[in-house]
Design a protein around this ligand. Structure first.
Ligand SMILES: O=c1ccn([C@@H]2O[C@H](COP(=O)(O)OP(=O)(O)O)[C@@H](O)[C@H]2O)c(=O)[nH]1
Ligand SMILES: O=C(O)[C@@H](COP(=O)(O)O)O[C@H]1O[C@H](CO)[C@@H](O)[C@H](O)[C@H]1O
Length: 328
């Protein structure tokens, strides 16, 4: 491992499960507010379970305490099923991505939903968690909050965990196929100082709003690697921390879907390695399938477009003004 990555790994890896009461007291002392955002596309089967697992964090442990989470928002990403209804029934605030800042247009993708979430949340810290988690744990939120409430120099916290392989729910490895087969090698090759991050693509991560609103967001699955690299490149790797969240399983995509995801991740990383191709909005990936007995090309138009930093979007300033007014 690169010596910078090794030193970072020893210094910025948080392993112990935080004490929720102490965390709430720290949050109160700092006056920090926290938004949890769950981006969800067609997750009717699991979003209610995820919301139900995290909702208790929005309730103070006692009347004199502050809650660990001030708002729990599901960002409905063009779902075609009952995701929004299930999320609302479970207690979340739900926004449809297409309805947020409509004058900024609408694009598909996870990163688009996360970028739009900045317009409809008010927390100083934003925590992201996926909607397809098999066994969601409040630790996915509290473990990510601890480093941010502990150290003002930490701007971004990535979760890490054992990740079972598809079809092996009791396993402890084999998941994170795009992480292990593309992202880790790419980071080793182009960004070795970031090589200490165990799960660079983890969908459970948290960051200060002041960081998020100044970063561009790939509209698709490149969002996690982009935020990680932009943070480390702009503020140094010490602005990043990582927290052990134990174990995480989720609904797995098929290999072809991950191939298209891999192109989005590769494009986002390559832009940070050599910005020359910044104007490319779409890439084509030709995969292959057997149809009617014949193997034929299966071309896919893959979106690699990025949203600009929210701070340069007029609707964001208006939304922030409203949110701050509402917060008093
Ligand atoms: O266009 C999209 C694609 C995905 N997601 C959400 O992003 C998270 C991670 O997506 P997915 O499970 O497809 O990725 P994987 O975990 O398989 O890498 C899930 O909560 C999805 O519902 C989203 O909000 N919009
Ligand atoms: O880490 C990975 O390789 C992918 C796929 O995981 P699996 O091979 O399905 O366990 O999952 C992550 O990648 C996405 C792109 O960054 C994130 O959006 C997901 O939240 C994360 O699960």
């Amino acid at each position: 491992m690169h010596p910078v990555a090794r030193a970072w790994f020893d210094r910025r890896t948080y392993r112990s499960r935080p004490d929720d009461a102490a965390l709430a007291e720290r949050k109160r002392a700092l006056g920090t507010t926290v938004s949890v955002v769950v981006p969800a596309r067609d997750e009717e089967a699991s979003v209610g379970r995820v919301v139900a697992a995290l909702l208790p964090l929005t309730v103070p442990a006692s009347p004199d305490d502050v809650p660990l989470v001030d708002e729990l928002v599901v960002l409905d990403s063009d779902s075609t099923d009952a995701t929004a209804e299930r999320a609302r029934a479970a207690g979340a605030v739900v926004h449809a991505a297409a309805d947020v800042a409509p004058s900024a247009g609408t694009r598909r993708g996870k990163g688009e939903a996360m970028w739009k979430s900045l317009f409809v949340t008010s927390g100083d810290v934003v925590v992201f968690a996926d909607a397809d988690l098999v066994d969601p744990d409040p630790l996915y939120v509290t473990g990510l909050l601890a480093p941010l409430l502990d150290d003002p120099d930490v701007l971004l916290v990535k979760g890490f965990y054992d990740r079972p392989a598809p079809g092996e729910p009791d396993g402890s490895a084999g998941g994170g196929r795009v992480t292990e087969l593309l992202t880790r090698p790419v980071l080793a090759h182009w960004f070795p100082e970031v090589g200490g991050v165990v799960q660079p693509l983890a969908g459970e991560w948290a960051a200060r709003r002041a960081l998020l609103e100044e970063l561009s967001f790939p509209c698709g699955y490149g969002v996690e690697v982009a935020v990680l690299l932009d943070t480390a490149l702009r503020y140094g790797v010490d602005a990043v921390a990582q927290a052990d969240l134990g174990r995480r399983d989720h609904r797995h995509q098929d290999q072809a879907g991950l191939g298209r995801m891999a192109l989005q991740v590769l494009h986002a990383a390559s832009l940070r390695h050599a910005p020359a191709a910044a104007d490319v909005a779409r890439s084509t990936l030709t995969q292959f399938v057997r149809r009617d007995g014949q193997v034929v090309p299966d071309p896919h138009d893959v979106d690699v477009e990025e949203r600009p930093p929210a701070v340069v979007v007029p609707e964001y300033g208006q939304a922030r003004g409203l949110a701050l007014d509402a917060a008093g």
